[in-house]
Design a protein around this ligand. Structure first.
Ligand code: UDP
Ligand code: MG
Length: 319
């Protein structure tokens, strides 16, 4: 089988307005590398004309392929499907909204040639993002660094290139709550970052509202860290120590026969302990729910339709 040298996998969710420019720029960049390539678009249940567009691309050029999910499974699943379907020796993953500039690929490719197995794009600056998003992202990535044993680089999204060994390893990670930027770090091998300025979205709007961002951040934390569970233990110790000291106070007052009206203190302690206990149960619940999802062992995603890719991609078109 004629395997291309490079595959580029892109998750697409309602990006019809971006696809023409994206496909044009990506094709140009890939052709300029002088290697064989393919592009795998994964439509994550778009409601607009995204799939029709990519299917048309795929019909017009055997190097382009289009997959359609049976529904919206989320960005991380679409990325996973793209990597699973890729036939190239080297696999690149990037967003389809042009916030991951295709032009950076040639620089990243050089690093793969130097022997790096994972090359990630590291944002030195993010344009057009709210101060709130920048600040929360800043705090989150640093917290993640502190709380995990895996060296997850800071300010790195999913835009990256993986060599053959990293791709093979990545495909073996079938966990359901996926934090791909962490998973590719976990894989190991020599890894390196390429700095870039992340441009703003020019068309359409972000598909990650605050609620989804929080879920994703929680997935990242729980997938790579047990610290939240351990915090519960420490909190328990701390509260117990306070309680013990307070017992001494109460006993002393009892021995001295000083009767204090204790309603306020009682309420404070009941409420405090109730709050701590509920929080700890919540933390347990976060992990438990994830265990339940894993145990069910459902497939990660379902592909409803595929256009192109029936035949292996041909050698590079003469230029
Ligand atoms: N995306 C997806 N499924 C989703 C949400 C987003 O495939 O449920 C795609 C989206 O089309 C884009 C990429 O994931 O190509 C990143 O999404 P977005 O640009 O909205 O995220 P942001 O850059 O704002 O973090
Ligand atoms: Mg974006």
């Amino acid at each position: 089988m004629n395997r291309p040298e490079i595959s580029v996998a892109l998750p697409v969710f309602n990006e019809a307005d971006n696809l023409d420019e994206l496909n044009e720029r990506l094709t140009r960049v890939l052709t300029a590398t002088g290697r064989t390539w393919e592009i795998v678009y994964v439509d994550d249940g778009s409601a607009d004309a995204s799939f029709e567009k990519m299917a048309a691309f795929a019909r017009g050029d055997p190097r382009l392929r289009a997959l359609r999910f049976s529904r919206n499974f989320g960005h991380q699943m679409a990325l996973t499907a793209g990597v699973d379907a890729a036939r190239g020796r080297i696999v690149a993953v990037m967003d389809a909204d042009l916030q991951d500039p295709p032009e950076l690929l040639s620089e990243m490719l050089k690093k793969i040639d130097e022997g790096y197995e994972v090359v990630y794009a590291q944002r030195t600056k993010r344009e057009g993002e709210s101060a709130f998003k920048l600040w929360t992202a800043h705090v989150f990535y640093r917290l993640l660094q502190r709380w995990t044993n895996v060296e997850i680089p800071v300010d790195v999204g999913d835009f990256r290139l993986m060599g053959p060994r990293a791709v093979a390893a990545f495909r073996r990670l079938r966990e359901r709550h996926r934090f791909i930027r962490g998973m590719t770090a976990w894989v190991g091998f020599p890894q390196v970052g390429v700095p870039y300025v992340r441009p703003p979205r020019t068309r359409g709007e972000t598909k990650f509202p605050l609620r989804k961002m929080l879920r994703f951040a929680l997935d990242g934390l729980t997938s790579f860290s047990h610290v939240p569970l351990q915090l519960a233990t420490w909190l328990g110790f701390l509260v117990s120590a306070f309680a013990f000291l307070y017992i001494l106070v109460v006993l002393t007052l009892w021995i001295l026969k000083i009767n204090v009206p204790g309603w306020t203190t009682l309420m404070v302690f009941v409420l405090l302990l109730g709050g701590v206990q509920l929080t700890v149960i919540g933390v347990l619940g976060e992990y438990l729910g994830r265990i339940y999802d894993e145990v069910k062992g459902r497939p990660l995603y379902l592909v409803a339709e595929e256009v192109g890719g029936e035949e292996p991609g041909p050698d590079p078109a003469p230029v």
